[in-house]
Design a protein around this ligand. Structure first.
Ligand code: ZN
Length: 320
C-alpha cells in the first residue's frame, strides 16, 4: 500500500521536491524558494509546505507515503537526523528529523547534500557498481563526496570529504569558509562570480555584468555568455577548470578511484565544456600510473543526483 517516497534537495536559495513511485521514477516535482534568511521555523515551514503541495497536487494521501528524505548543505548526523551546522541555512544542532516526523507521521531521513549526490550517482547513475568513487559537485559552493571500498565515507563526526575546501593557493582569494585559496574560491559559481566582478572593477566589459550585479550568477547566464564567446566568462571558466584539474590530480593521487565524477548545476549547464577543459590539463597533476586507471565522468542524473541520493538513503534505512 505505501508506495510513494518523497525526496527533497534543500539548498540555500531553493528547495526541490520530488515524488518517486515504487519503481523509482520521479512522477511529480516542485520547486520553492527556501527563505533561509527568515529563520529556522520558516525553512522548516517551507519544507512542510513543499511536501503538502506535492501530495495535494498529485492527489495522494500521507498514508500512501512510506518515507520522506532530504539532502541539505552542512554537517549532518544522518543516524540521528540532527543538522549540526549548515553554512547557508540557519540551523545549529537542529533536530529536524523529529520535527518532520511529528508533522507527517512517516520516517524522515536527512544527509549532507554532496554525500547524497555521490550516493545517488553511485546507486542509480554514472558510478553504479563501482567501489571507489570521488565526486565534486560544482554549484553555488563546491561539495565533495567519497565512496571507499563500496561504502559512503563521511568521516569522523560526519565532517569528511570537504574537497571544496582543499587549499590550492595559500595566497589565493578568500573563501566563504574564511581560509584563502580553497578550490571553492576559484571554481564554484561564487568563485567565478568574484572573478568576473574583479574584472568589471578593472574596467572590462562583459555580458555577465547584469547576472553578477545581485550576487552569484545563474548557470543559465554562464552558458549563454560562454556560447556568445564572452571573454571574461571564458577566462573565469578556464581558471575554474585549471583549479579543478589541480584538485582532481590531488584526489586521483590520494585515492586512486575508479571514477572521478563531476556534478552540480554548473556541470548540468556546461558539463562537456568543463570536462574537456579539465581533461586537457589534469594529466600534468596526476601520477601517470594512477591516472591511467581513472575514468573522468559527468554526473548522469544532473540536478537530480541529490534527490536520487535521498531515495537511496530511504532504501538503505527501510529496504524499499
Ligand atoms: Zn574554503
Amino acid at each position: 500500500m505505501n508506495k510513494y517516497t518523497i525526496c527533497l534537495d534543500i539548498g540555500g536559495t531553493k528547495i526541490l521536491g520530488a515524488i518517486f513511485d515504487q519503481e523509482g521514477n520521479i512522477v511529480h516535482r516542485l520547486k520553492k524558494k527556501t527563505r533561509a534568511s527568515e529563520g529556522v521555523t520558516n525553512v522548516e515551514e517551507t519544507i512542510v509546505s513543499v511536501v503538502r503541495e506535492l501530495l495535494s497536487n498529485f492527489g495522494i494521501s500521507k498514508e500512501q507515503v512510506s518515507a520522506i528524505a532530504a539532502g541539505a548543505p552542512g554537517i549532518i548526523n544522518d543516524d540521528t537526523g540532527i543538522v549540526l551546522f549548515s553554512p547557508n541555512l540557519p540551523w545549529r544542532n537542529y533536530a529536524i528529523k523529529e520535527s518532520i516526523e511529528r508533522v507527517f507521521g512517516v520516517p524522515f531521513f536527512i544527509g549532507n547534500d554532496a554525500n547524497l549526490g555521490i550516493l545517488g550517482e553511485w546507486t542509480f547513475g554514472a558510478a553504479k557498481g563501482l567501489n571507489h568513487v570521488v565526486g565534486l559537485f560544482i554549484g553555488t559552493g563546491l561539495g565533495g563526496g567519497l565512496i571507499i571500498n563500496g561504502k559512503l565515507y563521511s568521516g569522523h563526526q560526519y565532517k569528511g570529504a570537504e574537497f571544496g575546501h582543499m587549499i590550492l593557493n595559500v595566497d589565493g582569494p578568500t573563501c566563504n569558509c574564511g581560509q584563502r585559496g580553497c578550490l571553492e574560491a576559484f571554481s564554484s559559481k561564487t568563485g567565478m562570480t568574484d572573478y568576473i566582478l574583479q574584472q568589471i572593477r578593472h574596467g572590462r566589459t562583459t555580458l555577465m555584468a547584469e547576472a553578477v550585479s545581485e550576487g552569484v550568477f545563474k548557470s543559465k547566464d554562464m552558458r549563454n555568455a560562454y556560447e556568445a564567446g564572452d571573454e571574461v566568462m571564458i577566462e573565469a571558466i578556464d581558471r575554474a577548470c585549471l583549479y579543478l584539474a589541480v584538485a582532481a590530480g590531488n584526489l586521483v593521487n590520494m585515492f586512486s578511484p575508479e571514477m572521478l565524477l563531476f556534478g552540480g548545476g554548473v556541470m548540468e549547464a556546461l558539463g562537456e565544456v568543463f570536462l574537456q577543459k579539465i581533461l586537457a590539463k589534469v594529466n600534468a597533476y596526476c601520477l601517470p600510473s594512477v591516472r591511467e586507471s581513472v575514468r573522468f565522468a559527468v554526473a548522469e542524473l544532473g540536478d537530480d543526483s541529490i534527490l536520487y541520493g535521498a531515495r537511496a538513503l530511504i532504501i538503505g534505512n527501510l529496504g524499499s
